[in-house]
Design a protein around this ligand. Structure first.
Ligand code: ARG
Length: 399
């Protein structure tokens, strides 16, 4: 039985109640760890205070924003990772970095278990537990919320009865998870997939800008490194694009997705920065990657996104794909111009010192250097097997 537990702590109702519940029901000491991956408007002094008031022996905060941007968001960007072709893996990407810090804190503070506040219906429990086992199989994983059988009402009462300070008692309709890569909003009236998401759910994509603007994103070996010529860290680029792209109301996603546990779930997301970066990055690859490499990479990208979604960030296949993708990015250097206008974000130009776009081959005007005479023989041989088939079997028809 565990004696000391490091809990992934958000400061919300469930994890606050979980602190006290584990102390009372499992007889453990709880260390609360909040990992800052860029959640909106979080005051971490208040979060720490709350954890201690709930009974935590220690309340820790780690600022993981730069690390998360560079080591988690950037590889996902290099992979153009979109789950089911649409979702840039906001929550799925943050769990492995949170787990990394949980496991490190457990080692540092002599804990023999880690805990999370996920329910049994979601993907996040999968990501927490599989990642923990990958990093340290000796740690026990405790999931109090999954087992305690309390409704939200019960939890609120539990908090009152045990003097646990909770944020607000007002009806909390939505389940929200956010970080620099985007924001996920679920539940409430959106549980009916036909219902229009109420305007109040959107925070990062409020259209306030009215004048069109061009934004130039510079990439260095697949990593965005500047915006409009100003050198920035990956975090800096993401934050800049979240603000500007979001102000044009771009980056919303409304979809029904397949969770790992077999449930179809209606999800809304707002991901202005990440979607704009993927759009720009993929476009730049269009001039920097040789055709076969580009196509094979495109075949692997959905698989990469599935692995991340399914909690397999720390896994041998994901590692091997990272190596392939990293190799593919060597020459993905250059600039992409994004044209933003209310409700739209489009690529309007791309250039690269390593561009494979050859004007002399592509042009239809006098500068043309393409050897037109080569095409006749090529096309003839290209179609030879079909021509042979047509002359022997094809003309026999259906029979
Ligand atoms: N459906 C998304 C995912 O599985 C978002 C999950 C959001 N998590 C949350 N606790 N609200 O990645």
């Amino acid at each position: 039985m565990a004696k000391r537990v490091v809990l992934a702590y958000s400061g919300g109702l469930d994890t606050s109640v979980a602190v006290r519940w584990m102390i009372d029901n499992l007889g453990v000491e709880v260390i609360a760890l909040a990992v800052d991956v860029g959640q909106a408007a979080e005051d971490y002094d208040v979060v720490k205070e709350r954890a201690r008031a709930a009974g935590a022996v220690e309340a820790l905060v780690v600022d993981a924003k730069e690390e998360y941007a560079a080591e988690y968001c950037m590889p996902a960007l290099a992979a153009n990772a979109l789950y089911e072709n649409r979702y840039p893996l906001v929550s799925a990407l943050s769990r492995p970095v949170i787990v990394k810090h949980l496991v490190a804190a457990a080692r540092e503070h002599g804990a023999d278990a880690v805990a999370h506040g996920c329910t049994g219906k979601g993907n996040d429990q999968v990501r927490f537990e599989v990642s923990t086992r990958a990093l340290n199989p000796d740690l026990e994983v405790i999931a109090p919320v999954r087992g305690w059988g309390m409704t939200r009402e019960d939890s609120i009462h539990y908090a009152y009865d045990h003097d646990i300070p909770i944020v607000a008692t007002k009806e909390k309709v939505y389940s929200i998870d956010d970080n620099i890569w985007g924001r996920a909003i679920e539940c409430g009236e959106m549980e009916d997939p036909w219902n229009v998401p109420p305007p109040g759910v959107w925070l990062l994509t409020q259209p306030t800008a009215t004048e069109s603007v061009d934004v130039v994103v510079g990439f260095d070996a697949g990593v965005p490194a500047s915006v409009d010529g100003e050198g920035l860290t990956p975090l800096g680029v993401i934050e800049r694009l979240n603000a500007v792209v979001g102000s044009y109301g771009c980056g919303r996603i409304d979809m029904v997705e397949n969770r790992r546990v077999g449930i179809k779930s209606r999800e809304t997301y707002e991901c202005p920065g990440s979607l704009a970066l993927i759009l720009a990055h993929r476009d730049l690859e269009g001039i920097c990657l040789e055709r076969d490499l580009q196509r094979e990479k495109a075949r692997l990208e959905p698989r990469y996104a599935e692995l991340v979604y399914d909690g397999l960030w720390f896994s041998p296949l994901k590692q091997a794909l990272d190596a392939f993708i990293a190799e593919s990015q060597r020459f993905v250097t250059g600039e992409v111009r994004l044209h933003l206008s209310p409700g739209s974000c489009e690529v309007s130009g791309r250039r690269s010192p390593h561009s494979l776009y050859d004007y002399a081959l592509a042009t239809y005007d006098a500068a043309d250097e393409f050897r037109h005479e080569d095409s006749a023989g090529f096309v003839r041989l290209w179609g030879l097997s079909v021509e042979t088939w047509a002359g022997t079997q094809g003309h026999l028809g259906e029979a």
